[in-house]
Design a protein around this ligand. Structure first.
Ligand code: AHR
Length: 708
């Protein structure tokens, strides 16, 4: 079989192999699936309080921490004032932020396996699609905008089979997003639109096949086509003895001459909760296990685009998937989004995680911006879009947009507790106009939806904002460790805070990896202890970016929380550190004081930080009395700590300890070693109102103490 890409081609590979009983020849243009942007662009950002920017990637590994010894004979003591529960801890403190970056949806969470399913990725050539010419069969393929499926999918793929026979098959093949995930005993659900010239009467065959074409994992037939566009559902079932692989592609072929047009060629694996057009199960499992309180979407820069035309335009992301035009994600790498994961899918994603939506609405400012859309009448259509969006999500079915939501399959309204106006409007020239743009949008949303909390994307004084989104992306763990007290003495009478994007951007090698190492997790965990201690003020926190496809070319941004390829996914050490926090969280903050805790000096980025190598916070469940003590030991030696529980009459001797510990800060997880670092939960005994516990070096722990 000869398999080739259409012109213009860069480089031709030629491989001979065997497909069934046929000797085949494959030719293909070497082409990275992703025309990725330079990995450092756009830059990371500063948040509301104006600290911390991304800066250059790379740099030296962190110097080893230097711990100043505890005074001779002194024992570090953490004293928990367990009866002081006056401050409520935000119930939605730990959540997620998401946007299309690093192949987050197609090639990531969104279950679609066919890359460039509607052929709109490029107007020049059908990226990800190959021409199949088996054993002397001939044909050619090309985009055909003259035969669109509809107004939204305004092109199709035309396959002209000029010569074919039973052993000279001709067809097309899709490479998927770095392969197709093939698993045993699995049902894949697909559909495609097709039509054919009058002389073509034959059924098509569709199959999942190994890249060298020696293995056919599953096959289905598409009945004879007609001259009109028609949708053809199909299923592919793999056998029980299939070895899991991502070394596979999707093939569609025929054995007689004729012309066939294809559009919206789609294939899904089993999805989370079996939703059609649904989400990938393994990644959803990681998300659900985290017990997130909220999901901020759709960005991030992805909300804004480089221009208003490439912003995330929610009205184009709803309804039947084959009627969504899609758009180019020019915020990141100029790659195509079909918007198959659109507004409804974001909301169902929230519902499936039992997380609140935090919807970002376009505020008239794009990355290519220069101040954005002028306030006044020019901004009105965008404000109307935001109001319509709230109505779509939460309006009753008698409203225009509530009725549309019902038509789209979800009559019950979704909650809209919070709306964020814009994204990082302090950057790129947005700051000068944000107070006015924010003011105009705030007034309209507040007037119609007074119960909705309004989040500003940066600090703003033009209106009484409810919540400020604050972003921070330091390049050293020491920065977050040194700044863990960031919110300790902030005004409690002003707006609440949403740390909508944060990450310690370190990993190996050269901080250029998809996901971080334990050093980064220890920076993030120290920072989290500060959020939790201040979670009467810090309502929500979310790491960013959430996802990365770890294949070469899949990544636009280092460092990310969850990595995957077509077959597997894994949590970074920071994912697990945060999961330890989010799954050990009470509804009241209880004060913890440290005595004799050692001090640490760490130099990085020209800074010398003084701080405690022990970071800690505690919350308590006011119904059950359970205390959740978090301890982060960033030091390189085991640390025995005395824990005193004050204000209770008794502590049960048995408790539960969850710890993630590393032998070196450079330890990490990867797609090939997915749980090298992961929390371990054990029963512990010997607890009382005053007891000793030793925390391992480089560790994040949550201790559950039952107290009355
Ligand atoms: O999380 C990556 C990017 O960082 C977001 O898109 C943007 O809001 C910030 O600059």
């Amino acid at each position: 079989m000869k398999i080739s890409r259409p012109a213009p081609l860069l480089k031709l590979l030629s491989v001979s192999f065997v497909f069934g009983s046929l000797a085949l020849c494959l030719s293909a243009q070497a082409q990275a699936p992703n025309p990725a942007a330079p990995a450092d662009a756009p830059a990371a950002t500063a948040g509301a309080a104006g600290t911390v920017a991304g800066g250059a990637r790379g740099g030296n590994p962190p110097p080893p921490p230097v711990v100043t010894p505890i005074p001779a004979g002194a024992t570090p003591i953490l004293t928990i004032q367990a009866n002081d529960m006056t401050k409520k801890s935000s119930p939605i403190l730990y959540g997620f932020m998401t946007e299309e970056i690093n192949f987050s949806y197609e090639g990531g969470l969104y279950g679609e396996l066919v890359a460039n399913r509607a052929f709109k990725w490029s107007a020049d050539q059908p990226n990800f699609w190959l021409l199949v010419q088996d054993n002397g069969g001939t044909g050619n393929m090309a985009l055909d905008p003259s035969q669109p499926l509809n107004l939204a999918l305004n092109t199709s793929l035309k396959l002209d089979i000029t010569s074919a026979s039973a052993n000279q098959r001709v067809g097309i093949a899709n490479e998927g997003f770095w392969g197709f995930p093939v698993r045993p005993s699995t049902k894949y659900t697909g559909s495609l639109y097709a039509k054919a010239s009058a002389n073509f009467k034959e059924p098509l065959t569709i199959a999942l096949v190994s890249n060298d074409s020696t293995k056919v994992f599953a096959t289905a037939q598409i009945p004879a086509l007609t001259g009109d566009w028609k949708k053809y559902p199909y299923t592919l079932n793999t056998a029980a003895d299939v070895t899991p692989t991502k070394d596979a592609r999707l093939l569609i072929w025929a054995t007689t001459p004729g012309t066939i047009w294809f559009d919206q060629v789609s294939l899904f694996p089993p999805t989370w909760n079996d939703r059609p057009n649904g989400l990938r199960k393994d990644i959803m499992q990681l998300l659900v296990d985290y017990k997130p309180g909220f999901l901020r979407f759709p960005g991030g820069n992805y909300l804004e685009g480089r221009s208003p035309a490439t912003r995330w335009d929610w009205k184009k992301t709803i309804g039947p998937v084959e009627e969504r035009p899609g758009h180019v994600d020019d915020s990141w790498a100029n790659y195509w989004s079909t918007d198959g994961l659109g507004l409804m899918e974001f909301l169902l994603w929230c519902e499936d995680m039992k997380a609140q939506p935090v919807i970002g609405v376009y505020a008239g400012f794009s990355l290519g911006g220069r101040g954005g859309i002028a306030v006044g009448p020019d901004l009105e259509p965008y404000i109307q879009d935001a109001l319509d969006e709230i109505e779509y999500v939460s309006g009753n079915v008698n409203t225009k947009w509530g009725a549309q939501r019902a038509k789209d399959g979800h009559p019950a309204p979704f909650p809209v507790p919070m709306i964020e106006i814009g994204n990082e409007d302090n950057l790129g020239g947005g700051a000068a106009t944000y107070p006015q743009r924010f003011g105009q949008m705030f007034d309209a949303i507040r007037a119609k939806y007074p119960e909705v909390k309004i989040v500003s994307s940066t600090a703003v004084n033009s209106r009484p904002v409810d919540v400020i989104d604050y972003h921070s992306y330091p390049r050293s763990a020491a920065t977050f460790q040194g700044d863990s007290g960031h919110f300790d003495s902030m005004d409690r009478n002003g707006p609440k805070y949403f740390v909508g994007e944060y990450a310690t951007r370190v990993g190996t090698p050269n901080n250029n990896t998809a996901t971080n190492n334990m050093d980064g997790a220890l920076g993030d965990a120290a920072w989290l202890s500060g959020f939790e201690r201040n979670s009467d003020l810090v309502m929500m926190a979310s790491y960013a970016p959430l996802f990365v496809n770890v294949n070469p070319g899949g990544q636009q941004w280092a460092i990310d929380l969850i990595g995957y390829d077509a077959l597997n996914s894994y949590g970074s050490p920071s994912y697990y550190a945060q999961k330890i926090f989010s799954t050990n969280h009470g509804d009241a903050i209880v004060p913890v004081t440290g005595t004799n805790t050692p001090t640490l000096t760490r130099a990085r980025d020209g800074l010398v930080q003084q701080g405690a190598p022990l970071f800690y916070s505690a919350t308590r469940d006011t119904k059950t009395g359970t205390i959740y003590l978090k301890v982060v030991n960033v030091g390189n030696s085991p640390l025995p700590v005395q824990i005193d529980v004050k204000g209770v009459s008794s502590v049960a001797p048995d408790g539960q300890l969850t710890t993630m510990a590393a032998s070196a800060v450079s330890d990490t997880n990867s797609i090939t070693d997915r749980t090298k670092l992961a929390p371990v939960t054990t029963k512990v005994s010997g607890l009382s109102t005053s007891f000793m516990r030793t925390f391992p070096p480089f560790s994040v722990s949550a201790l559950q103490i039952q107290a009355k």
